[in-house]
Unconditional design. Structure first.
Length: 488
C-alpha cells in the first residue's frame, strides 16, 4: 500500500447525500408559533425634506413575545419631486443614498453611527453584480449598473452606444427619472447597517431598536444636478428638490413558544449576556490640500479588530459638460483619468499616471509591506477585500476603474476571509489600540489634468480634492438585563 493509500484509508466514510433518506440531518423550529408581517412607523414628522425636517426616527418595540428578524427590515416611503418644471434623477444606485447619516440604538446604546452614509451605500452597490443591481430596479427608482446611461451622455450619434468588451453595446439599465411634480413609492434595505445586516432575532420586549435616518441637507449631493443631453442634443435641466412622506419600516416579527421566552428571561435575570457579533462601518471625509505629487491622512481611532480599509476620492474639477452627472453618491474618481469624466468612456491607459505608491501604516507596521504600485495591483487588493464581505465577488465597476469608478482597499485581516484557506475565521482583524493611529499614504501621484484649456468649460483635473476613508471592523454587542454593552 502506498503512502497516499495509507493516508486515504484513515479517512472516515460518511453517507452520501443522495442515499441519506433520514430526517436526522434536518432541523425544525416548532417553537416558532407565528410569523407576523409587521409595520413600524416614525415617531417624528410625517413629511421630510433637505430644507426642513430631515431626521426620520423609527422605534421597533413589542410588549409581547415578539422577536424581530433584523435581516427583514425594509424602509418604505414615498419620494416626490417638488420641482414643477424639471424631472429628477437620484444617483448612487440605491434609494438609501438619500440619507447622509444612519444611526441605530438598541435599548439606548448606540450601535451604528455612519457619516456620509449615502456615499457608503453608493460604494457598496459597486460590490454587487450588475444583474443584482439591475433587478433591484423593481422596488426602487432604477439601479445604476456602473452608471451606464443613454440620456446622461452627449448623443453623437443618437444615442451614442456604450461599448463594452469588443463592441457589445448597452443603453442601460439606468435610474429612472421622476417627472416634475410627481411621486414614486420605493422599498429598500439599509446596506452598511450592522444591525439590519445581521442574522439575529431581537427580543423587542427587553431590547427595543431605534433607527435614525437623516436626509442629506443639499439635494445636489443626492440628485444629478444636470443639465443632461437628450436624444435630440438639446439640454434638459434637472431637479434637485424633493421630499419624502408615508415612511414605514416593514419587518417580520416571530412569536416564540412561551417556554423559549421563559428560558431567555431566566438567563437574563441570572446575569447572562446574549452576545451579538456584528460588523460595523465608519466613514469620514478629509480635504486634500496638496495639488500634486503626494498626500497623506492620519486617523486617530482605536479598533480591536479592524478588518479592511476602503478609500475613495472626488476630483479637483470636472469639465462643465460632465459636472452635471456627478454627486457625492456616485463619483469615485482616480487620478489616472484618461478621457472624458463621464459615465461610459473607458480611459486611455497611461503608464506614468498608472504608476504610484500607496500604503497604510498602523503604528510602525506597513500594509502591504511593499507599496501598491499600480491601479492593477490596487484592483486585485480590492477584490480580495470585497471577498471578505460576501460569498461571491461580483463587482459592478467595469472598465472605468482608472477614471470614474475607483475604489482603493486593503484587507487587514490576519486570516483572509476572501480565500478558501481562511475558512471564514472570525475576529482575525488587526488591533490599532496600541498604535492609536492609522495613516494612509499616497506618493508619486501624477494626475490627468488640463487646467489651461482655451475654453474655461473644458478645463479639468483628476487630482483628488477630497478623500473618503471607510473602515470595516468587528464588534460585539452584549445584551443584558442591566443594559447593553457595545465593544469595538
Amino acid at each position: 500500500m502506498s503512502q497516499l493509500d495509507q493516508i486515504v484509508a484513515s479517512v472516515e466514510d460518511s453517507i452520501l447525500p443522495g442515499i441519506n433518506y433520514s430526517l436526522n440531518n434536518r432541523k425544525g423550529a416548532s417553537f416558532v408559533h407565528q410569523r407576523v408581517l409587521s409595520t413600524f412607523f416614525p415617531t417624528t414628522s410625517g413629511v421630510y425634506s433637505p430644507a426642513a425636517q430631515r431626521s426620520v426616527k423609527i422605534m421597533f418595540s413589542d410588549s409581547g413575545n415578539g422577536f424581530l428578524d433584523l435581516s427583514t427590515i425594509r424602509i418604505s416611503l414615498r419620494i416626490r419631486n417638488t420641482d414643477t418644471t424639471n424631472p429628477m434623477r437620484l444617483t448612487g444606485g440605491h434609494t438609501a443614498c438619500i440619507f447622509q447619516r444612519l444611526q441605530s440604538r438598541i435599548r439606548g446604546q448606540l450601535v451604528d453611527d455612519v457619516l456620509y452614509y449615502g456615499r457608503l451605500v453608493g460604494m457598496l452597490q459597486k460590490f454587487n453584480t450588475p444583474v443584482y443591481n439591475y433587478n433591484n430596479n423593481v422596488a426602487m427608482t432604477g439601479t445604476e449598473d456602473n452608471g451606464q446611461s443613454r440620456v446622461m451622455t452627449p448623443a453623437t450619434p443618437n444615442p451614442k452606444p456604450i461599448f463594452i468588451r469588443h463592441g457589445l453595446a448597452l443603453n442601460g439599465p439606468e435610474e429612472e427619472f421622476i417627472p416634475a411634480g410627481q411621486s414614486r413609492v420605493v422599498v429598500f434595505d439599509l446596506p452598511g447597517c450592522a444591525v439590519t445586516n445581521s442574522h439575529y432575532l431581537l427580543y423587542l420586549q427587553q431590547f427595543p431598536l431605534e433607527l435614525t435616518l437623516e436626509l442629506q441637507s443639499d439635494g445636489r449631493n443626492v440628485c444629478a444636478p444636470g443639465p443632461y443631453i437628450k436624444d435630440d442634443d438639446s439640454g434638459q435641466n434637472l431637479s434637485t428638490a424633493f421630499e419624502i412622506s408615508d415612511v414605514e419600516a416593514k419587518a417580520d416579527l416571530l412569536i416564540l413558544d412561551s417556554g423559549i421566552v421563559e428560558s431567555i428571561n431566566k438567563a437574563l435575570a441570572g446575569g447572562t449576556g446574549l452576545n451579538m457579533p456584528l460588523r460595523n462601518w465608519s466613514q469620514a471625509m478629509y480635504p486634500i490640500s496638496a495639488t500634486g505629487g503626494a498626500f497623506s491622512q492620519n486617523i486617530t481611532r482605536a479598533y480591536s479588530k479592524l478588518k479592511a480599509a476602503f478609500i475613495t476620492f472626488r476630483p479637483t474639477k470636472a469639465r462643465v459638460k460632465d459636472a452635471g452627472l456627478w454627486t457625492e453618491r456616485n463619483q469615485f474618481t482616480c487620478h489616472h483619468g484618461g478621457g472624458d469624466m463621464d459615465l461610459y468612456t473607458a480611459p486611455t491607459f497611461d503608464f506614468n499616471r498608472d504608476t504610484y505608491r500607496m500604503q497604510i501604516a498602523i503604528g510602525s507596521t506597513l500594509y502591504p509591506a511593499n507599496p501598491i504600485r499600480s491601479c492593477a495591483e490596487q484592483y486585485s487588493q480590492l477584490v480580495k477585500a470585497v471577498g471578505g464581505l460576501q460569498e461571491a465577488v461580483g463587482l459592478s465597476i467595469g472598465a472605468n476603474y482608472r477614471s470614474t469608478c475607483h475604489i482603493a482597499a486593503i484587507d487587514l485581516e490576519k486570516v483572509s476571509g476572501a480565500t478558501p484557506a481562511g475558512g471564514k475565521a472570525a475576529f482575525t482583524g488587526i488591533s490599532t489600540k496600541n498604535s492609536g493611529e492609522i495613516r494612509v499614504v499616497y506618493e508619486d501621484v501624477t494626475a490627468d489634468a488640463d487646467m489651461a484649456a482655451e475654453v474655461a468649460g473644458n478645463r479639468f483635473n483628476y487630482y483628488p480634492s477630497q478623500m473618503y476613508i471607510c473602515l470595516y471592523y468587528d464588534t460585539t454587542l452584549v445584551l443584558k438585563r442591566s443594559g447593553v454593552l457595545f465593544a469595538d
